[in-house]
Design a protein around this ligand. Structure first.
Ligand SMILES: [Zn+2]
Length: 284
């Protein structure tokens, strides 16, 4: 069941659960995420970063759409961290049903203007838009700055009202990537509560990999509706692949990939349950 993010997150917002946004970089991983979501009867967001899109090629989005059309669970195809108006338009043309425009490192008024422009174009063709305010930390990827700038609640309210975005990525203490051992991330639930009081649009948490489960669960209880997971599922997939490839005689993808997918799906199951998304496909 293919839909846009606005439709998908409205139900999550009403029912206090979060939909996992899993980043996928090939069709095999995508299909594994769909199977995991179907087994848990969970709505799902297929997140594809521009770097991932250039890896899989935009033509594959048509295959992803076809797979989702035959699935009973609600799903969104979402551009993660769109970096420019042009990138967003290309994604819409490729078949995405939702786009993120990340102008959060630009001055505030520029971020507003960019989001307004993207919303005008995307909404005209029923594609939803995610914006970002504040700076989500960065461990090892190409997104955002290294230091966390917490989202200002009143600025968030102004931002959502003026831009018309359908959901907002907030910075409350998460970072992209896997945290080094000596780094102990702590989520500012108090900041989340302040934002939630004045912003009615669904809120998004990026960099959800390797945060403490108890903190993630708390952020869901306090109203986060979309949580991005990339590093955790990929780490499980490739850890298993290293083991499988110890058998040097193996060369067929249909022998090598299935056990890796099972390892990835185990992580996906755990996230779906942690976000309270299991069984929620029935609400659509
Ligand atoms: Zn992100």
């Amino acid at each position: 069941m293919l839909m846009n993010m606005k439709e998908l997150l409205a139900v999550a917002n009403e029912n206090y659960f979060a939909v996992p946004a899993f980043n996928i970089s090939d069709y095999n991983m995508f299909n594994g995420i769909m199977e995991a979501s179907e087994e848990k009867n969970s709505p799902v967001i297929i997140a594809i970063h521009p770097d991932e899109l250039s890896h899989i090629e935009p033509e594959m989005v048509q295959g992803i759409r076809a797979r989702i059309h035959k699935s009973p669970v609600p799903a969104v195809i979402h551009l993660d961290h769109g970096g420019s108006f042009e990138q967003v338009i290309a994604a819409i043309q490729a078949g995405f049903t939702s786009v993120m425009i990340d102008a959060s490192t630009a001055p505030y008024e520029d971020n507003v203007a960019t989001c307004q422009k993207v919303c005008e174009a995307a909404h005209a063709v029923n594609v939803s838009v995610e914006g970002e305010l504040g700076t989500i930390g960065n461990i090892d990827s190409a997104e955002g700055g290294a230091d966390i700038l917490y989202t200002d609640p009143m600025q968030a309210k102004d931002f959502v009202e003026r831009t018309g975005i359908d959901c907002l990525a907030i910075a409350i203490g998460t970072s992209h990537g896997i945290y080094p051992k000596d780094m102990k991330p702590e989520l500012r639930i108090d900041v989340l509560d302040e934002i939630k009081k004045v912003v009615s649009a669904p809120l998004v948490l990026h960099g959800g990999s390797s945060n403490k489960d108890s903190e993630i669960a708390k952020s869901v209880e306090h109203g986060v509706n979309k949580i991005n997971i990339s590093s955790d599922i990929k780490a499980a997939y490739y850890k298993k692949m290293r083991e499988v490839l110890a058998d040097e005689g193996l060369r067929e993808p249909n022998q090598i990939q299935p056990p890796c997918l099972e390892a990835m799906k185990e992580v996906a199951f755990q996230k779906i349950e942690l976000f309270k998304a299991d069984g929620k496909a029935d609400l659509y």
